[in-house]
Design a protein around this ligand. Structure first.
Ligand code: PGA
Length: 255
């Protein structure tokens, strides 16, 4: 039985004070609940204040990006070790906004996944097709290729740290969600591909999150699908109320 994971991707929102108050509200309400894994991913500048706010709770900290190298002349970049130093334990890798707006290639994303694993950060590898690709009947091909490229050379003994997030690009921030059937069909395909990569037992343990306009109104139907193991939440993670409602829905389905 896979434990649900609800992760908030705050994107470029919340300065360090705002992050501290949102993180505190989440942490205080959830305390040490352990039915659902809960992760918040503030921007780099707010990691420290958010880390302090969730310190004595079960809420975990994630970053939204990282550079694959450990240190050096990479102006504006942040390494996995720097994230660990601020108590981050998760990192988003390959979000479509980075693939599209910052021209990140599958190869570069794969280097980040490997570097994250090397530092024992849990990478949340984001994959998903555009509307154009879906309409051209290429959703499975695109998702399969991004998955295989992103996870190339992941050692079997570290595969347990990997989390996958299926985020159809056309559903991100648009208010358009994949239907539960559309999402389940791709999640099931991802799990089959994970079986080919890591074997059945590991694939059965790996969490596959859905992302793209998930909110308290549509989460239950999505999370009820057998291969949907949680959510990567953008817009609805920016307010404690809606984010906490999502955790509550996941928690209700865990009973
Ligand atoms: P959204 O974003 O929930 O606002 O659609 C999800 C994401 O980009 O991770």
């Amino acid at each position: 039985m896979r434990k649900f994971l609800i992760a908030g991707n705050w994107k470029m929102n919340k300065n360090s004070d705002e992050a501290q108050s949102l993180a505190s509200e989440i942490a205080q309400t959830l305390g040490r609940q352990h039915e659902v894994d809960v992760v918040i991913c503030p921007p780099f500048t707010s990691l420290e204040s958010a880390a302090r706010a969730i310190e004595s709770s079960g809420v975990k900290l994630g970053a939204q990006n990282m550079h694959p190298e450990r240190s050096g002349a990479f102006t504006g970049e942040i390494s996995a070790e720097m994230l660990r130093h601020l108590f981050a334990t998760y990192v988003l890798v390959g979000h479509s906004e980075r693939r599209v707006q910052f021209a990140e290639s599958d190869e570069f994303i794969n280097r980040k996944v490997l570097a994250a694993l090397n530092s024992r950060l849990k990478p949340i590898l984001c994959i998903g097709e555009t509307l154009e690709e879906r309409e051209a009947d290429k959703a499975f091909e695109v998702v399969g290729n991004q998955l295989k490229a992103g996870l190339a050379n992941v050692p079997a003994d570290l595969a347990d740290l990997v989390i996958v997030a299926y985020e159809p690009v056309w559903a991100i921030g648009t208010g358009k969600t994949a239907t539960p059937d559309q999402a389940q069909e791709i999640h099931q395909f991802i799990r089959e591909e994970l079986k080919n990569l890591f074997g059945d037992a590991q694939a059965d343990r790996t969490r596959i999150l859905y992302g793209g306009s998930m909110n308290p109104g549509n989460a239950e139907e999505l999370l009820k699908q057998v291969d949907i193991d949680g959510g990567l939440i953008g817009g609805a993670s920016l307010e404690a109320r809606s984010f906490l409602q999502l955790v509550e829905i996941a928690s209700g389905l865990s009973q």
